[in-house]
Design a binder for this molecule. Sequence first.
Ligand code: FAD
Length: 462
Amino acid sequence: MSKNIVIIGGGITGLSAAWELQKHAGDSLHITLLERENQWGGKISTKKLITPEGDSISIDGGPESFVTRKPEVWDLAHELGIQNKLTDPGSETSHMYVLDGGVPTPVPLSPAAFIRSPLMTTKGKLRMLAEPFIPAKRDNADESLAEFASRRLGVEAMEKFIGPILAGIYNTDPHRQSILTTSPIMREMEAEYGGLFKGALGRMRAARKQKNESKPPRFIAFEQGAQDLIDALSVQMEANGADLRLNVETVKVEPHANGYAVTLGDSEVLYADALILATPANASAQILDGVGTEVSSMLEKIRHENIGTISLVYRAEDVQMAKRIHGLMVPRREGRAIDAVTFTSLKMPTRAPQELLLLRVFFGGGKPELVEFEDDALLSKVSEELADLLGIAAEPIEMVPFRWPCSFPQADVGHLDLVDEIENLLPKGVYVAGSSYRGIGVPDCIRQGQQAADDVVNYLAL
Ligand SMILES: Cc1cc2nc3c(=O)[nH]c(=O)nc-3n(C[C@H](O)[C@H](O)[C@H](O)COP(=O)(O)OP(=O)(O)OC[C@H]3O[C@@H](n4cnc5c(N)ncnc54)[C@H](O)[C@@H]3O)c2cc1C
């Protein structure tokens, strides 16, 4: 008899879990995927605008580019047959600036730029250059990103340079962020090569050896927006018979017979032999309250912060910038209302016609209350910041905001131990996966969705 699997949450994690289950055990399973919102993808969401001239502008609200060192997005795009939609967005670090004392300052990426850079004092630079001589940490204990960067590169490098960049990527406080969850590669380089500089050299040599093998660019993006990945997954799964339901909130899960009863917002009850919760941990805590208050309160320990983006479209001629800037990171110590700015159409010219400039502002980290602002108030605050920091005084011709209140997971030091404990407390046949647990990037989420699918297959001995 076919088994019922219910997956809750239709972001990339839930979709990847469903895809994996359908691929490997589709005939012996009835797969139901439940999503509260009216579209698939969760934080992956692309909005298309059409200009009066009929040109298209593609705006990603959430993720935009994906590192290929973790191959899951690249592999999944190939599996779905949409590899022709991939593009190389170029390096994430070129023309990158960091705000320092109110002044956008280039992130020094070459040795010459580093020596000339006003970002750090000579003492700070010398300390950073001493990195290869700092002994490697030999235990596996977690530490904060700030502790790691200060230990290896010095406090100044951490405050002025490394901290803002990584904190910008993860929208978090580097003094709390777990290095083992969010940047384990840095600890791997330390363990394998003895330090970051030696590690970078070692990896460069290894990459040179593989030069002749065809390999993807370091980052990839979808030419017309990341939603293309989501659309391909949902369309192909539906065509193969998965039961995909939008606008369905899961309210609670309770034990029932040898499995679980899943109560939906309209009071319908589904019965499942196994369950995957691909919802943020704070949502999973509520849903799982009926199967165990202990696991539920452990899930609540994972903090979730506000995050939002607002994309602004300008006439290119209205925005004259003195410097070529692709991105600006705004460290929290600067006390500004915004966290970062990306000049999307300069990085990815296919996103908007040439006569327009598309930029995207991140907010919600430094000043969480901005996520609650109405559109007009948000635009006015963000415009003030853009005028002050970058001299952009023009009015945008379009704006597209996205907001995710209390939904951006924070991996504090010791996070992976907490996740181990949560997994040990989960009742049999119930799995959690996604950005709240073992890595926040989309490749991490795909990997966790696939792992949860494998766990279900093993549990049901399919
Ligand atoms: C602004 C921003 C930029 C980012 N940039 C990048 C990037 O460039 N590269 C990268 O790799 N990653 C990036 N990320 C991270 C990445 O996008 C996310 O970590 C990832 O998409 C999360 O996927 P998920 O499926 O685990 O969770 P989500 O996308 O949050 O999906 C969870 C789903 O569960 C649904 N849900 C919640 N409660 C219920 C319920 N009770 N019943 C039914 N459904 C429910 C939600 O509606 C949602 O659709 C970014 C994130 C943000 C916010």
